[in-house]
Design a protein around this ligand. Structure first.
Ligand code: AMP
Length: 453
């Protein structure tokens, strides 16, 4: 098995090596070191790798090498969500350029016209299943020359009910072909699916199914529902890192966003009811540092690729334990460090037990900072609101600025620069990316070993 090495030894061309240097990638991540040589040799690969492991470049680089100066649509990459498709397309556009390889991305929520035009020139098509089927129906996407197929986040595509669409699409992709399949887990249905659609595959695994792939430190706050917003406001007041917050529902995402806004935070939200342009606005703003906080539901957050998410907050625990792994994988990506906090209300204890069972690890508990002035003020405001929601109160979530938390008090005084220094400059070896949970052992995460970025 290829050990961690440099990109040169993986068999990549000088053009790709230059592109990697420009992208700031210094060393391959474990999934890249293990996948690239086999994929370059034309083998099928089944990769068990969570997000944040560098799996996108692991399949994009061999594809662009293979398609160097070829014409026509030759590679099809299927992904579960629009955001993930866009992220993949960003990679394949960047790494395809030196090889004369173009990418078209087919996703819903935007017009067909430019996609039809793009299909005329592209060698790589990155698509979500629904929109690809629309194009196939119209005869604008023809898969007859496809020689490489990638199924990214295959587990998620199956979870989201895409199996009938995948079956229709795969029936149109000619054989023999090279199939590269990536999935965060290889449990149940996805294992069978992978077997059906690959031939003598090489199996590559960088993190055991159910491990958090990143080097994120993690902690759990056992907290009442009504104290969740005060707790989040307190944690936000203690640092400046960009923060991705997960809520269980779209409604809770909307409410929390309002509460954070009222407390003076630069915040946006992303969920399935937001239009493509609203999602893009939120994501771009989060990436650039304009919005320090992004509130998201699970589906919408798939594929969010922001290099510098320092803190992931599980404001609500996910009902599917695997989602916890995906969420935590949003921070401490590739070579950066980060922290993940989970807020566990008494009624969510069972969900936490399921998550810990999956991780095969207990996540360290942190104490709710009940003596912090920000917490005291926010909790008092929440109690007042609960007792008398007033004309503006509609249910849950803090809708008033906490006493003592002046507007902008928590807002960053210095907008975070999108310095992507983490792209290879990290002190630790990428091997750590394959490691499991690292308990912080601290009562408050600020005191933990998390590197401030
Ligand atoms: P992925 O798991 O493919 O979504 O990648 C996670 C993040 O790591 C993305 O922001 C990539 O651009 C970045 N990345 C991937 N490979 C490397 C590498 N070898 N060195 C530095 N950053 C990387």
């Amino acid at each position: 098995m290829t050990q961690l090495s440099d990109f040169e030894s993986l068999g990549l061309s000088p053009a790709s090596l230059t592109a990697l240097t420009r992208a700031g990638y210094e060393k391959p991540t474990p999934i890249q070191a293990q996948t690239i040589p086999h994929a370059l040799a034309g083998k099928d690969v089944i990769g068990c790798a969570a997000t944040g492991t560098g799996k996108t470049a692991a399949f994009v680089l061999p594809i662009v090498e293979r398609l160097h100066n070829k014409k026509g649509l030759r590679a099809l990459v299927l992904a579960p969500t629009r955001e993930l498709a866009l992220q993949i397309a960003e990679h394949s556009t960047r790494f395809g350029a030196p090889h004369g390889v173009k990418t078209v991305v087919l996703i819903g929520g935007v017009g067909m016209g430019p996609q039809i035009e793009g299909l005329k020139h592209a060698q790589i098509c990155v698509a979500t299943p629904g929109r690809l089927i629309d194009h196939m129906g119209q005869g604008t996407a023809v898969l007859a020359n496809v020689e490489v197929l990638v199924l990214d986040e295959a587990d998620r595509m199956l979870d989201m009910g895409f199996k009938p669409q995948l079956t229709r699409i795969l029936a149109k992709v000619p054989r023999p072909r090279q199939t590269l399949l990536f999935s965060a887990t290889m449990a149940g249905e996805v294992a069978e699916f992978a077997k059906q659609h690959s031939k003598d595959p090489v199996r590559v695994e960088v993190a055991r199914s159910g491990t958090t792939a990143s080097r994120a430190t993690q902690c759990v706050f056992e907290v009442g529902q009504n104290d969740k917003t005060p707790l989040l406001l307190t944690l936000l007041s203690q640092g400046e890192e960009s923060t991705l917050v997960f809520t269980r529902t779209k409604r809770r995402a909307d409410k929390l966003t309002k509460s954070l806004e009222k407390a003076g935070h630069e915040v946006e939200r992303i969920h399935a009811n937001r239009s493509q342009s609203q999602r893009k606005y939120a994501l771009d703003g989060f990436k650039s540092g304009k919005f320090r906080v992004l509130v998201a539901t699970d589906i919408a957050a798939r594929g969010i690729d922001v290099a510098e998410i320092g803190h992931v907050v599980n404001f609500d625990l996910p009902h599917v334990p695997e989602d916890y792994v995906h969420r935590v994988g949003r921070t401490a990506r590739a070579q950066a460090s980060g922290h993940a906090s989970a807020f566990c209300a008494p009624e969510e204890r069972e969900l936490l037990r399921d998550i810990e069972k999956l991780l095969r690890n207990k996540v360290p508990r942190s104490e709710v900072p009940v003596t912090d002035p920000v917490f005291i003020a926010a909790a008092a405001a929440e109690r007042t609101r609960q007792a008398d929601p007033g004309p503006r109160g509609h249910g849950h979530g803090v809708s008033q600025r906490p006493a003592g938390a002046a507007p902008g008090r928590h807002a960053r005084s210095h907008p975070k620069k999108a310095s992507s220094g983490g792209g290879g400059g990290g002190a630790s070896s990428t091997a750590a990316a394959a490691g499991a949970t690292k308990p912080s052992g601290q009562s408050m995460f600020r005191g933990g070993p998390r590197g401030r970025r």
